[in-house]
Design a protein around this ligand. Sequence first.
Ligand code: PFF
Length: 501
Amino acid sequence: MQRETWATRTGFVLAAVGSAIGLGNIWRFPYVTYENGGGAFLLPYLIALFTAGIPLLIFEFAIGHKYRGSAPLALRRISEKWEWLGWWPVLVSFVITLYYTVVIAWAVSYAWFALTQAWGADTKGFFFGSYLGLPDTFWPTGGLQPSVAIALILVWIASFLIMVRGVSEGIERANKIFMPLLLVLMLIITLRGITLPGAVEGLNHLFTPDWSKLFDGKVWLAAYGQIFFSLSVGLGVMITYASYLPKKADLTNNAFITALANSGFSLLAALGVFGAIGFMAQAQGVPVNEVAAGGVGLAFIVFPQILNSFPALGGLFGFLFFVALVVAGMSSLISLVNVVAQSVADKFGISYKQAVIGVHVVAFLGSLLFATKAGLIYLDIVDHFINNYGIALIGLAEVVAVFWIWKIFGPLADHADSVSDFRVSRPWLLLSAGILTPILLTVMAWKALAADLAQPYGGYPMGLLIGFGWLTVLLVIVAAFLIQRLPWGRSVAVEMERREA
Ligand code: PFF
């Protein structure tokens, strides 16, 4: 089967950066930093970047490039028995697309609302009440929420129109527009954020180092968690993107560029977000820690409040902020949809376009669940479980397999070296990705499990947590094994026999 390739090296790097830079950089990084020691957090963060983020990125690039396939195909070429380990991240990616699109849809609506500041004075009541229509009960769903569902349809249409054009005409082109646009938007937002009255106070809060936090294990786990999520490693995204590279492509350098661009962008976003938070604290005469927030609360409740008290042009800056969220989200979304579509195309021997159509139909229908009135609750639960058990456990399985089961650490590093400008240090890779990362990931998963068993997450009823959380985690793994048992499409099977012969 003919495999598409990126038209240019920049195209590949921009797509990888586009996947990495997402909602996580804008609403997760600033708050995680603030909560975990401010300026002092940058130390564990940088250590996590150099001991887990970059090494894993190099490995994922090398796997995709050497074995030329989506995660399941690449893994199947490494070892037939391990194909399921390629499907696990594909299925997790699929589940993430179901709710990631809904969050982007909220941002689409809010870009529109921002123009007239339609949320009014009570931004919290507006978000949960008028916009989401959140009911008091968790189940049944309360039916579709039209305002969310309409925006969701737009997001899926946009994703479809990009992806149906293929890898270089669709994904690459879109990222070549999205990434420069996002940078310009973020520069405007950050410049405005840090020049608002009171901004300095916010930045002081963000960066004043609390060195005592360095002795807190939780802070280190937060740093590794942020790096994993932010760099999109562990989900087969980077493996699949690297499979479209031409034979000669500098893997190691590209991994460094991707990682550093991603962290640079996070820092930029943090300056803007905390500048704006400092401004609001001053305007309301309250301490910064009373307004600091992350996640849904930051974007859809606190930011609208900040915009309400803006000195001038609140509507315009609000619009730019939510458009930035949409753009950052879209470029990550297409990387997730791509993993699913390419894996399905590889396995069943259908064309990429057919796979894109199929995946969009199924994922759109699935995502409707999160566009119901109680959707936010399901989203919160699924996201919690995916982040705590999905990404970390897959990352763990991946490094253990590479280093200790398949023992292909040497060949992969050799492969990266053979196409890259500079040699990667073997002791650094072995110590960081082979030893330190698996230990930390085990501790992370263990701590998450202990916390979930001690106390039901978010105070939700157990039935709901089992249904949306534990069952999702389990079903995804079972499904990965079942898919492994299905036969490969003809063209791929023939090609694999040829390789094995
Ligand atoms: N890296 C994205 C973010 O920071 O928002 C989220 C993400 C996208 C994670 C794609 C994983 C992934 F495969």
